[in-house]
Design a protein around this ligand. Structure first.
Ligand code: TXA
Ligand code: MG
Length: 309
């Protein structure tokens, strides 16, 4: 596929990790496995490296990035932790929780990472390959999901290559992502208030954001788009539907035949990718219960079903 680079696929063993480390230290772009989705990583302290992420994804510059860290020490050097933020981090890190916190002025991050905001989105991922990589690189890594802006997020190296082959230096193969949905994003305000900006694998007690204010710009109405019409809560299949099933409703791709929501979350993007690739002109999706991680699945499906523009 003609592109700017010949994208290398690296194995998650010593040699592959060393190569990924070298590319990242030099300011290059590597797609990396996390427990949620694959991220497109670059060193967060380099303007040129971070600019490369926006260019490869075609991402609007007003949409800030999540910074990934290996340790609490690294996290504390980048943002101000209130006691409430500290408590949430202790409870859920490493894991699929992103905290939006006041940025430290001496954080030393590229300005484009936060798109001019005074806050910073931070996460300590649990995937063992990503943990090893973060330790070897020794720098915080900025990483949005490794897909062209607006398209379906990747949960396998093949998904990454489907949209970024030739546009990035390498993909580090860590297999399929276990959770399959992007991290829960929570803002912790100076007064200790906690607000969920994006539902995800961790269902928190905190009140959901008031909703109308677009603070996480990636939360625009249309997102995760497979490029064809998507019908939700479908119980009947039309002949030109690619059907995504759940529980008793069968399909061309089934999220979870037993009705297990964690399994459905892990398979959601793989089924949407399959639907996008299929000959069928439309996608239909079975009803998903609005509970637990089902709330995050339905959030992503509503955005996938909203036409762009
Ligand atoms: O699981 C994940 O979170 C994955 C993996 C790779 O870590 N990353 C991910 O990144 O989903 P991305 O860029 O696709 O989504 C990040 C979201 C966007 O909606 C962005 O607007 C929001 O985080 N965000 C980043 N910084 C923010 C900030 N300072 N305040 C509010 N929202 C922020
Ligand atoms: Mg994304």
């Amino acid at each position: 596929m003609g592109g700017k680079y010949v994208t290398e696929t690296l194995r998650a063993e010593a040699g592959g990790l060393a190569r990924a480390t070298e590319i990242l230290r030099e300011g290059g772009l590597v797609a990396v496995p996390t427990e949620t989705v694959y991220g497109l990583a670059a060193r967060a302290d380099s303007d040129a490296a971070v600019a490369g992420i926006y260019a490869a994804k075609g991402r609007p510059s007003f949409n800030p990035l999540i910074v990934h860290v290996a340790s609490f020490e690294q996290a504390h050097a980048l943002a101000e932790f209130t006691p409430e933020a500290e408590r949430l981090a202790e409870e859920h890190w490493p894991g699929p929780l992103t905290l939006v916190l006041p940025r430290r002025h001496d954080a030393g991050l590229a300005a484009a990472v936060t798109a001019g905001l005074d806050t910073l989105a931070l996460r300590m991922p649990a995937h063992p390959v990503m943990q090893r990589l973060l330790k070897e690189v020794g720098l915080p890594l900025a990483a949005p999901s490794a897909n062209r802006s607006g398209f379906i997020s990747p949960t396998t190296p093949a998904h990454v290559l489907a949209s970024l082959d030739g546009r990035i230096h390498a993909v580090l193969d860590g297999g399929e992502c276990e959770r399959g949905l992007e991290s829960t994003i929570v803002a912790v305000r100076a007064d200790g208030a906690v607000e969920v900006l994006r539902p995800g694998p961790i269902a928190l007690e905190a009140k959901a954001g008031e909703g109308e204010r677009i603070e996480a710009p990636g939360q625009l109405a249309s997102h995760y788009a497979p490029g064809k019409p998507v019908r939700l809560a479908a119980t009947q299949v039309a002949p030109d539907d690619f059907m995504i099933g759940f529980g008793a409703v069968g399909g061309d791709c089934t999220l979870s035949a037993s009705g297990d929501l964690a399994e459905a979350a892990a398979r959601l993007y793989a089924c949407l990718h399959e639907g996008a690739r299929s000959d069928k002109p439309r996608i239909a999706v079975a009803p998903i219960p609005e509970e637990g991680v089902g709330i995050a699945i339905n959030d992503r499906l509503r955005r996938a079903a909203t036409p762009p523009g």
